[in-house]
Write a protein that binds this ligand. Structure first.
Ligand SMILES: [Zn+2]
Length: 454
């Protein structure tokens, strides 16, 4: 990303650490970091004005980009998580680095237009048909990196270890595309990837179903860089009761306990879903300060259930949010889902404060993706800004302090990533230039291409 010169924005309202403030001037230097924040001030000549409520850029902590091609194609005939997964595998069988780059570019552009400035891609579609290696064995991951660059957002590649189709069940069919053979081969392949200013490499364990317990220790070891700093490790956890039953049968404990016993839990680890967890699991997640990434729109679309988010937060687990299989890409909807699911379960409103929801949407997610310097409008932070229109049909008449619970992705007007404006007036400035197709048209073509349709 080319660095812009010093820029000053004047925000009608902005979400700072203590909530919404009015008349906020934000200055960013050529390094893309915020160098000054003033509140209660009038605009000055030369300021770029941002109307509405300006929030810190959103972090989408859990994404499988290719699942976007299942939207509107898996909703007609009922089914279960497992029948949905059959369609997902049929799609995974078709993709190659070129079709995946096209699809992911459109998906990440949709994210940019929704105010997402950083995404964590939980990536396991590594190899070609039957597990054949591409010339560059990281061709698929690099296609994702290139897609995020084109869309102008930062990406953490959560390169995923995936070795089994179930506990003691070999990978078969399309699953062989996920297979690195063992954790050592996986670590060697991942070590060939390098960070850049908008791209960071991290690790993931698909689940305790897909990785034998005796391979987990090497993942934890590999997550420590040469500098001794731990990179993020993400893992799907107890999304379905069947995973708990299989783990109990094979290892005599819950998936959370198994991860804990192998040193996987901790402040640089993120457990995704944690839907079906016990009080003992909640205590382990909380006391280890493991982040829990909840994915409300996916969890209800796949009939997963509702996890104990409030209890996990109270136990000490930071909460983050992800759009996961992308039935919707709208982090405000994910944040609202966190609260609304709790309301349905508890019979109470206000289970999470607006500030807690914003924390999950922005700083907690960025930290979980290895970008702790992002997600806040404060001096020293990466300058990621998202302005929400407070005069749309959805938001008109709302108080700015409550807008995060009311607004939707369609209310995003301007998006700034590291001081660079990538969306303005709801238009993607990098991809919707001149006669370029709109992102929606690009998406339709990419989805058709992914399915091999004319
Ligand atoms: Zn997932």
């Amino acid at each position: 990303m080319s660095a812009p010169a010093t820029t000053t924005w004047w925000c009608e309202h902005a979400w700072l650490s203590k909530g919404s403030s009015s008349g906020v001037r934000v200055v960013a230097g050529p390094d893309g970091r915020i160098s000054d924040v003033e509140t209660g001030v009038d605009p000055e000549p030369g300021d770029v004005r941002l109307a509405g409520l300006v929030m810190p850029g959103f972090a989408n902590t859990h994404s499988h980009a290719f699942h976007r091609a299942l939207r509107g194609r898996t909703h007609g005939d009922g089914g279960t998580f497992w029948t949905w997964r059959d369609r997902m595998y049929a799609l995974a069988d078709r993709l190659d680095p070129d079709t995946y780059r096209e699809l992911a570019t459109a998906v990440y552009a949709e994210m940019a237009l929704a105010g997402i400035t950083c995404v964590g891609e939980f990536h396991y579609l590594h190899h070609g048909a039957g597990g054949a290696r591409y010339g560059d064995p990281n061709a698929m991951g690099l296609a994702l990196r290139d897609a995020a660059h084109a869309a102008g957002i930062r990406l953490t590649l959560l390169d995923t270890l995936y070795l089994r189709g179930g506990i003691d069940v070999p990978l078969e069919g399309v699953q062989r595309r996920f297979d690195d053979g063992d954790a050592e081969n996986w670590a060697n392949r991942v070590s060939m990837l390098s960070d850049d200013p908008a791209f960071r490499v991290a690790a993931a364990v698909h689940s305790v179903r897909a990785v034998p317990a005796d391979e987990l220790d090497l993942v934890v070891e590999a997550a420590f860089g040469e500098d001794g700093v731990a990179r993020p490790v993400h893992v799907h956890l107890s999304e379905q009761p069947a995973e708990n039953a299989a783990c109990q049968a094979a290892y005599g404990c819950s998936p959370t306990q198994l991860l804990s016993d192998h040193g996987v839990l901790g402040p640089s680890t993120t457990a995704v879903h944690a839907t079906h967890v016990t009080p003992a699991d909640i205590a382990l997640l909380g006391s280890s300060r493991t982040t829990v990434c909840v994915c409300p729109t996916t969890e209800r679309d796949l009939a997963d259930g509702i996890g104990p988010a409030r209890a996990m937060a109270d136990a000490g687990a930071p909460l983050a949010l992800g759009s996961d299989q992308h039935v919707l890409i709208d982090m405000l909807a994910e944040g609202r889902g966190l609260e609304m699911h709790e309301r349905l379960v508890s019979g109470q409103r206000g289970r999470f404060s607006v500030a807690e929801i914003v924390d999950a949407v922005s700083p907690a997610g960025h930290a979980a993706l290895g970008w702790p310097e992002a997600g806040r409008i404060e001096v020293g932070a990466v300058c990621d800004l998202v302005s929400l229109d407070l005069h749309s049909l959805r938001t008109a008449g709302s108080l700015p302090a409550q807008a995060p619970l009311i607004a939707a992705a369609g209310d995003v007007d301007t998006v700034i990533v590291s001081g660079r404006t990538i969306v303005s007036g709801g238009r993607h400035l990098l991809l919707e230039k001149g006669r370029s197709p709109r992102v929606a048209e690009r998406m339709a073509r990419a989805v058709a291409g992914a399915w091999g349709e004319p």
